[in-house]
Design a protein around this ligand. Sequence first.
Ligand code: SAH
Length: 346
Amino acid sequence: MATTKKDIRALTKDQLREFFVSQGDKPFRGNQVYEWLWIKSAHTFEDMTNISIETRQMLEDNFVINHIKVDTMQRSNDGTIKNAVRLHDGFLVESVLIPTKSRSTACVSSQVGCSLDCRFCATSRLKRMRNLNPDEIYDQVVAIDQQSRLYNDRPLSNIVFMGMGEPLMNYNNVLKAIDKITSKEGLAMSPKRITVSTSGVPKMIKKMADDEVKFNLAVSLHSAIDEVRTSIMPFNEHFPLADLREALEHWYSKTKSRITYEYIVWKGINDNKEAVEALIQFCKFAPSKVNLIEYNPIDDGEFQQANSEAVNMYLNMLESRNIVATIRRSRGKDIDAACGQLANKS
Ligand code: SAH
């Protein structure tokens, strides 16, 4: 008879300790197994060498470890690595390691596919199939940390939730994963080195503020004019800019932390002065940083990167109003690992 065994990593440490007590063992055994699961990232019960063979068999009979598997790894000319990650039920997501001189950044996925419909993003063409579990998000980070140590001789320094999916539509699991990533019983990374990027879900931004999260927030804005934003990010009709702005004001009043905006300048869409002025009006209420991201074409060529004069106009106008602005060059383009290219060819 087929039984569905439970994913052991869905258990908290206390639940694991209680499980061992219910088996007539010591609660301490729960701590040992917990350490194997999270700090040592064991893929199988056999790996748990300080646990007796009988206990390992008992765990095998009761649970599974739904570990991710890196199916294929591609390395770009610029050192960027893209992983196609196989989940236990066969779905694929992607995650990326972006090494620079001073940083080693992991870009991780939060959902299989995406329910939003940003017209310039490759992932939007995949239907949202399901949310990732906390351990599936955590595993991506662990895999990339190992690659960073192997190829660049240093551990991971930063994490961005800019892979597939909308992290705020999978808020609870993203939060649980970040708890593990920042915990001493996980990777012990600082939340200040983690950025959650959202296309702007006002209710969830407010919730994050109320939950007093310690990680950074980035908003993929791309336009501060409703009509334009709705034409490129149709969900903006349901979450209009006024609501987004109100949520961000709430975020800032609670956290006092700077807001980062992701912004692409496209030819004929937002490469004009009015667009920049609207952006300034939108973000000037709080300390802000605007990352002007280079557009990575996805196959059908409907959108085109604006020329450098337009991007420089953004830089100059933003800086003249004391808004920090940077141009972010794309990485890993040759292997479709750049922003918005995930799922382009897999
Ligand atoms: N859903 C989240 C995170 C995933 S997208 C969000 O929207 O923020 C990560 C970033 O890549 C976002 O800033 C998004 O706007 C940007 N992006 C999407 N498609 C892109 C493309 N083709 N070229 C460059 N950036 C793109």
